[in-house]
Design a protein around this ligand. Sequence first.
Ligand code: ADP
Ligand code: MG
Length: 644
Amino acid sequence: MTATANGETHKFEAETARLLDLMIHSLYTNKEIFLRELISNASDALDKLHFEALTNEDILGDDKELQILVESDTDERTISVSDNGIGMSREDVAANIGTIAKSGTRELLEKLRESGEADQPADFIGQFGVGFYSAFMVADRVVLETRRAGEDTATRWESAGDGEYTLLDSDKESRGTKVTLHLKPTDTEGGVDDYTLPFRIAQIVRAHSDFVAYPIKQEQTRQEVERDKDGNAVEGGKEETITELVTLNSMRPIWTRPQAEISEEDYAEFYRHVSHDWQPPSETYHLKAEGRLEYTTLLYIPSHAPPDLFYPNQQYGLQLYVRRVLILEQYEELLPRHLRFVRGIVDSADLPLNISRQRLQEDRHIKQIRQWITGRLVDNFQQMQQDRPEEYASFWSHFGAVLKEGVADPSAKEGLLPLLMFPSSHDAEKSTSLADYVSRMKEGQEEIYYITGQAREIVENAPQTEQLKAAGYEVLYFVDSIDEFMAQFLDKFQEKVLRNASRGTIEVGGEEDRKKSEEDLKKESENYEPLLKSLTTELEPYVKEVRFTSRLTDSPACLVGEEFDISPQLAKMLAQAGSDVPDQKRTLELNPKHAMIKKLQSLQGEDTFGDLAFLLYGGALLSDGGEVPDPARFGRLMTELMLK
Ligand code: ADP
Ligand code: MG
């Protein structure tokens, strides 16, 4: 930083400098979007002032009409966007302009680095947008003057995008921000369109910013000739130049227009405006409720999950309007938490305009609106699942884990169950819904089976599912970190009990088969009683019991829990989070038909019996993705075994 009389020169942080460099040399053809970005910032600044004025009316002073002004000078080749919004203090400017706080921008740079397309970033700019910096696509010098509402100093920020910017005191007298672009020459190679022409500006505003809720004004000049009383020009009469401020945008909220008139691009433009997400939405729902309560909603599903989706205190919500007036910027009461990825607006005709957040909380309208929105969203998701399975799969990959949170909510559960998708033994690639699972259930199969674990690869060959798979039963893989938590609330689907394949006992086949298998097991257990006892004693520090099972067909052993136990993975997670987790030992189950049993039987009483028991237990643990309690011993025994 170098200090001058009343100013300082700063270096941009490295990432910003890189971004500016990209902007300046951008080959992106749709450069006119710079104006949309500046207007969008002005509109945001006006919103902020508007909200501050709700509790502090003095902040408006005499300057009460909130508006945006676009001025241009064709000879000077400048264009400016001014607002009388909230403005910025010097610290605000340094913090907001000149650093990249936005995760989306970081993502953009990351992608650029990965793709090696740094020299051709055209598409990326379209995809991510870069807000304020897009000015440098068309300008070689940008000046921003601003005064924070209620403060008596103003700041001037200036940069040629060459790695540095200067901060100076400014003599700007009015509240708000003015951004002036010194445009690149038009007649040089790679030059730009003439954005100083008033009709061109009007055109761009109408195309991209029509719905902005504040007037976007432009000074327009026209020649007026003297006319007689019939309206005909008087020959040789006086000519007058009339200059007036004209509002360029209709300010008509997009959701109040008939749907047939709204193009996909209009919807996408408004989405960008409310979400600050530059990638188009994947779904748009424009819904009206008519009846005792009247309201309109315009809801969007983003095409990707935002990076903060799982932050513990992530802010979410919809914009709330009352008869087209924005009341709350982000109102969480309009959505349940498991739909927090939804963006958009609600416009109610029935709420009072001057309602406080406190009073809203208690208003029964809000609760009804939330219920209605939730129901409509779930319907739409089900529709997508049926009609457009591929799009649904993509939607599910981004937001499925959030929806699963809602299964814990009794009022949401019913609607969410059909939406759930799980990887399963039925298909190596595609996930399945519970309904599809049920439709494939084998004759005699009464329950829906799943197994939990950290990854498909770990649970796919889990010994606990051998018997099920041998009988041709499908097994769902609950491998999302939230799945085990969710499973606690998933008792039944279409009257079929959901059962964890590695808990309690499972029953396969018809009544007769089951009876026979039970009897066999009983006989075997009696025959080998002393062996099972000595194994239980040997492994006493690790397991509750050692017993025979019909669960296994190929493997010698596996570990199972009791019906209501939590898995070791979940226990570990809870313990790390500071919860008191009771020490739950599991049961080691053995396959009575495995050759290993005879071997163990013959080794009873020998020195190596304990080692073999430990190996058996360690193997079962490893196949579960668990850690062996004494890895050194396990390794040594493995080596010895290999040498034999
Ligand atoms: P975004 O609008 O997505 O936050 P931008 O790059 O467009 O990103 O703007 C960066 C920040 O600069 C804004 O978040 C805001 O804090 C500040 N800013 C930009 N323009 C204005 C303005 N006209 N008035 C007040 N603050 C502004
Ligand atoms: Mg912006």
